[in-house]
Ligand binder design. Structure first.
Ligand SMILES: O=P(O)(O)OC[C@H]1O[C@H](O)[C@H](O)[C@@H](O)[C@@H]1O
Length: 287
């Protein structure tokens, strides 16, 4: 598969286990990106605490989702009977289309097209282009297109594992006014009011959400998360018990997933032939 040359001063291909990775060492920050899933696995701006969390126990095995970073869930979010959880694209190898850098950071552009193996699981054609901008803050833009009408909504998430000192003291602001679907209690949806505290364990989808959140993670600086065309947010921490049941999860208290996307009734109705663009940005809140 033809890949563009990497600008060798700041990026190089490395291999860990069965996975090809791009290691980035730029004056503005350091990071790691996986070709499988076009998944940002790590990013830390210079002189800042880490932004992204990667499980120390993740397994670098082809076709197995990597635990941490920002996996992309598409064209569904969550489980689907008989099919892989969180869709079909986080476990596939994407094609790198472009890689560049400038004094403010790096840009990578990845592409994934439908193929027969995927069509056997989800019988639709698609094109996905994911552009990553990595600098003082990060920006992920996903453009999606289906050439033909599809008879079901598409759901997705930028499944961001965010690094913090201790999830038990973290809070998320900006969810007020959204509808909370608590997957743990499986109760009726409730209107979210005020600042959200995930506590020891949490798995909630918030629909009709604002797309603008602040994650407090004292004593580290808070993170601002801003999303475009992402009407849902998902907040997840497995807690001690949930983490113990997962083979690839270690140091679970050092992260909180604050994901942006479109899930449940927020799923997207894509217009055949038209590009639909969704964006998420994550960066430190300036004091
Ligand atoms: O283990 P995975 O398939 O990567 O899913 C990890 C988690 O992702 C999301 O945040 C879901 O809301 C959780 O229910 C799920 O457990």
């Amino acid at each position: 598969m033809q890949q563009p040359e990497l600008p060798s001063a700041v990026m190089r291909w490395v291999r860990r286990g069965e996975i090809d990775l791009i290691e980035i060492d730029h004056p503005v920050g350091r990071g790691l990106v996986s070709r499988q899933g076009a998944q940002l696995l790590d990013w830390q701006a210079t002189d800042q605490p880490p932004l992204i969390w990667l499980s120390p126990a993740t397994r670098f095995e082809a076709g197995r989702p990597l635990r941490g970073g920002i996996p992309l869930c598409w064209p569904w979010f969550g489980p689907r009977p008989g099919l892989p959880a969180h869709g079909l694209v986080r476990q596939r190898n994407w094609r790198l289309e472009a890689a560049s850098h400038d004094p403010e950071g790096c840009t990578l552009r990845w592409r994934l097209d439908s193929d027969p193996e995927q069509r056997a699981l989800w019988p639709h054609d698609f094109e996905l282009v994911l552009t990553m901008r990595l600098g003082l803050s990060i920006k992920l833009s996903l453009a999606m297109r289906v050439p033909n009408d599809i008879d079901e909504p598409v759901s997705f998430a930028f499944h961001s594992y965010l690094a913090l000192p201790d999830v038990r003291t973290a809070t998320v602001d900006g969810l007020s006014g959204s509808i909370r679907h608590d997957k743990l209690s499986n109760g009726a949806p409730t209107a979210q009011c005020g600042i959200f505290q995930p506590g020891k364990q949490c798995d909630s989808v918030f629909t009709d959400a604002s797309g603008r959140y602040v994650l407090q993670r004292a004593p580290w600086p808070a993170l601002r998360i801003e999303a475009e065309n992402c009407p849902s947010a998902i907040v997840w921490t497995p807690g001690e018990q949930g983490a113990a049941a997962m083979a690839d999860m270690a140091d679970w208290s050092g992260m909180l997933c604050v994901e942006t996307g479109a899930a449940l009734a927020d799923g997207l109705r894509l217009q055949a032939g038209q590009w639909h663009r969704v964006v998420t940005r994550i960066g430190v809140v300036e004091a």
